[in-house]
Design a binder for this molecule. Structure first.
Ligand code: ATP
Ligand code: MG
Length: 438
């Protein structure tokens, strides 16, 4: 018999090594690069987050370097030597090195280059190799920082984290972009958003958030749509109006950016990210937005913003307010889902907003209908049968506070933070109309 509870397996601690110049440390890592010089060799190790430079010479090391090449996983012992040219201010003088595992084949990509320099398709086809490249990997480390910043802010502000089902009986967002599946002989769908469930949870938690996959059957291939993306969603009760939701998002983004700056400096450097600065985010109504993008010509019978409008509005916000973000509010009700509350003064527009960042919509949010009769009437006016939404309507039937919330696309935010041209680069294993593997 064996009992668990022993000492934890440690990972290489860069900060501790730096503090202990002259001491010997142990490192388990992948051999990222070997550079053979005449008398010695540079061996660069890749740990889960860092590149650590070491120097091998036959008279300093007990073991030989034979058979140790790029892609091997090794365990080594080295003496920490201060060196300002090395990336962490030190290098390791190798004393021991042993092979743990060696690859069958060489990498098909130049993993050790700063950037891969291959096409998007090759990168995505060879994802398991491409992600070993420090630049590619840093995108997803930064993604971790974005979700951690979001989660920490939410929890500090009284939001409860929830996990809603992704196999559902009906779509929440309408439209044709919904995946259906056979659920023991019944038709079911993949959730287009956690909308119904996060609203439901407001009735008992007041404030909730979720970080989870969202499924959209996008029938076209674009640089900003995936079929599966991660939604950062929140929903909050007792709001006065949608501006309370927008204020919460503004504060959350400020917190998240500060969080990245504090904990992800290394990745921000690798990716050469210029973090945006947020003071206050300007906000225009949809009608004002149309005026801005059409140079005052207005009209054009528009119900939504198209990609060019989003770019133009961000240029405007940058020029007029020095802001890389802009809110657009009061969208036409016609193109917004049935749960959205209409403006009390003018039912043609809704208490619904988008947040644009660097030329792209990253969020849609707004105030939701909380009153049962109002929700039933809205469904009927949109030609929907309330009977079909009976279980959703239970939340209205048994009461809930005025509330609102939003959904933010994780990959879109990371894409724009890093300046990636295609959203696929911000998804570890993207799903698009042509891609189900790897
Ligand atoms: P778009 O009009 O750009 O297609 P949408 O308005 O249909 O997006 P929403 O239903 O408002 O999308 O979803 C909320 C957020 O989720 C969006 O603002 C966006 O950040 C993200 N998002 C939506 N669809 C996708 C997708 N297919 N791939 C990646 N992110 C998405
Ligand atoms: Mg939207």
């Amino acid at each position: 018999m064996k009992l668990s509870g022993g000492e934890l397996l440690k990972e290489f601690d860069v900060a501790a090594a730096k503090e202990n110049i002259g001491s010997e440390v142990e490192i388990s890592a992948c051999v990222h690069k070997v550079r053979q010089m005449s008398e010695f060799a540079f061996v660069v190790f890749r740990t889960g987050r860092h590149l650590i430079q070491s120097v091998y010479s036959a008279d300093e090391c007990e073991d030989s370097l034979d058979g140790i090449k790029e892609g091997c996983y090794v365990k080594a012992v080295g003496e920490v030597k201060a060196d300002n040219r090395a990336s962490h201010g030190f290098e390791l003088i190798l004393r021991k090195i042993s092979l743990l595992s060696s690859p069958k084949d060489d990498y098909p990509l130049t993993v050790s280059h700063k950037k891969l320099g291959c096409s998007l398709d090759v990168n995505l086809d060879l994802r398991s190799v491409a992600l070993r490249n420090p630049y590619e990997r840093a995108i997803f480390k930064l993604q971790e920082g974005v979700t951690a910043g979001f989660r920490n802010f939410m929890m500090e502000n009284g939001f409860t984290e929830i996990h809603s089902p992704k196999i559902v009986a009906s779509g929440a967002e309408g439209g044709a972009n919904i995946f259906s599946l056979d659920y023991f002989g019944k038709e079911a769908y993949l959730a287009q958003s956690p909308q119904f469930y996060k609203q439901t949870a407001v009735a008992f938690f007041d404030r909730v958030f979720e970080v989870a996959p969202v499924y959209r059957a996008e029938h076209h291939s674009t640089s900003r749509h995936l079929n599966e993306y991660i939604g950062l969603d929140f929903e909050m009760g007792f709001i006065n109006d949608m501006y309370d939701v927008m204020n919460m998002e503004t504060a959350m983004l400020k917190f998240m950016l500060a969080y990245l700056e504090e904990h992800y400096k290394q990745e921000l450097d690798i990716l050469k990210v210029e973090l945006p600065v947020i003071n206050a985010i300007p906000s225009v109504t949809f009608l004002e937005a149309i005026d801005i993008v059409s140079g005052g010509k207005g009209g054009r019978n528009k119900f939504d913003l198209d990609p060019d409008d989003e770019i133009a509005l961000c240029k405007y916000a940058e020029k007029e307010f020095g802001s890389e973000f802009i809110f657009v509010t009061h969208f036409p009700s016609a193109k917004r889902p049935f749960y959205v509350m209409d403006d009390k003064e003018d039912s043609r527009v809704a208490y619904s907003f988008d947040l644009l960042f660097r030329g792209l919509e990253i969020t849609t949010g707004g105030q939701r209908i909380h009153d049962y009769n109002e929700q039933v009437a809205k469904m009927q006016s949109m030609g929907l049968d309330p009977e079909e939404f009976a279980s959703y309507l239970d939340i209205h039937k048994y009461g809930m506070p005025p509330h609102g919330g939003l959904g933010l696309g994780l990959e879109r935010l990371v894409m724009k933070l890093v300046g990636l041209k295609n959203i696929r680069m911000a998804s570890m294993f993207p799903r698009d109309i042509n891609r189900l593997e790897p």
